[in-house]
Design a binder for this molecule. Sequence first.
Ligand SMILES: Cc1cc2nc3c(=O)[nH]c(=O)nc-3n(C[C@H](O)[C@H](O)[C@H](O)COP(=O)(O)OP(=O)(O)OC[C@H]3O[C@@H](n4cnc5c(N)ncnc54)[C@H](O)[C@@H]3O)c2cc1C
Ligand code: SF4
Length: 349
Amino acid sequence: MSDTVLVVGAGPTGLSAAAGVASIGKKVILVEKEAVLGGAPILSGYAKLVPSGEWAKDAIGRMVKRVEDNANVTIHKSTKVVKVEGEAGNFTVTLSNGQTANVASIILGTGFTHFDSINKPEWGFGTHEDVLTTTQMEQMVSSGKIACPSNGRVPERVAILLCVGSRDRQIGREWCSKICCTVSTNLAMEIKEISPTTEVFIYYMDIRTFGLYEDKFYWKSQEEFKTKFVKARIAEVTKSADGRLLVKGEDTLVKRPIVIPMDIVVHAIGMDPSEENPELSKIFGIGLEKHGFVDKGEQYTSTFSSTRRGIYVGGAALGPEDIDTSISHGLAMAMRAVGDMNALVQKAA
Ligand SMILES: Cc1cc2nc3c(=O)[nH]c(=O)nc-3n(C[C@H](O)[C@H](O)[C@H](O)COP(=O)(O)OP(=O)(O)OC[C@H]3O[C@@H](n4cnc5c(N)ncnc54)[C@H](O)[C@@H]3O)c2cc1C
Ligand code: SF4
């Protein structure tokens, strides 16, 4: 029987799983479709992460280095799995680079896809240059300069619209993306730190800075950084005659229409199922749940099992998840993969 585990995807989940399996002395083949390791925080250029406040490139960079430096891990970048045959304990996998490998189990850390704001056209993304996504705004924060893309001037007002591509039944996104409230309150503080004269408004349905993020992000951004929270239903983002953006909607607390001029509007984009999932479902023979995320096999006694024995799944592939939780999923999957491998060896003996 093989003593190797295949890990697919080198984001926080896959990197954690690979490091976990390798630390128990087993071999890992890590397959990543992109040319760089690190997943969404690196590929999309996140700025400082919540809740640690560490730059994404440093925090995730350490996770990448730990795996790259481990002799038990063989890394294939710009590579995909194209075929999976066999069963738990004895899978034969074929990679897009033509190589094949025999592995005991498979861990999927294939993550999510950022919501594409083009699918919410009435909110101005793709039409107005100064309408950005959170990832674009994070890249601006990383550059250390806050300026309107259209004319380079320092914005007087920035609006962050929450729940873009989440909690929106009209466009088939019924889930809460879990992390975007916290990311947005953090972003508001980062904008203010770089550009103290800029006022930041957050438009929300509810604020879900869950768990210990409430005081560190929601209250802090409101009390120390003077972020203004507006409970509103946004109808559209248009452009005024003087070139500023107009955020139109209803203030749902006082039940009155509102039109507030803004210089930059940021979409707090949510987490969609990975656009690869239909393909992954076919190649790995696994099920998807009704929204298109990867389906779980069993919730409690076989946590992180997919619907196919010997294939585990965790992190944002299962649904919206933060990095800390994804890292825990990765480690738990490593434990499950090696534990099940040992059980099969004992059974065979
Ligand atoms: C705007 C935004 C900001 C965020 N900021 C934070 C934050 O500050 N703090 C926080 O805790 N969380 C944050 N998150 C959430 C964070 O992005 C996720 O928790 C994390 O990326 C999930 O890690 P993952 O490894 O499961 O998935 P991903 O990061 O998506 O990584 C998946 C990896 O798998 C690869 N892959 C996919 N399919 C295949 C395939 N078929 N073959 C090979 N490789 C494949 C991908 O290329 C990618 O490298 C944010 C999310 C958003 C939307
Ligand atoms: S975390 Fe906040 S912004 Fe994100 S979907 Fe949930 S409620 Fe909306």
